[in-house]
Design a protein around this ligand. Structure first.
Ligand SMILES: [Zn+2]
Length: 96
């Protein structure tokens, strides 16, 4: 399990994975930086990037659409960091 600061980094790596995605790349290749980061921290050997993100979302809520910080709880209605109002349940479908 990641601390909030670590999740911020993981979330950024997750976002970057979509930018570096190219046709023919496997999910493992695309998400390698995220998986490496997570597995180095936890020693777990996770191979499923979405599982990493979902573990955290269960705990802290999804990341803010505006500043990328996790909402404090899954039920938070706005971001404590920047005040952004959470879009209703839209985020839960955005992770692939
Ligand atoms: Zn925010």
């Amino acid at each position: 399990m990641l601390e909030k600061e670590e999740f911020k980094i993981a979330h950024r790596l997750y976002g970057e994975a979509f930018e570096r995605r190219k046709p023919g790349m496997s999910r493992r290749e695309i998400f390698k930086p995220l998986l490496d980061y997570y597995n180095e921290l936890t020693g777990f050997g996770e191979t499923e990037p979405n599982a990493i993100m979902h573990h955290q979302i269960d705990l802290y809520g999804p990341p803010c659409e505006k500043c990328g910080k996790p909402y404090r709880t899954p039920k938070a209605s706005f971001c404590a960091a920047c005040g952004n109002k959470k879009m209703k349940d839209k985020n839960s479908n955005s992770l692939l």
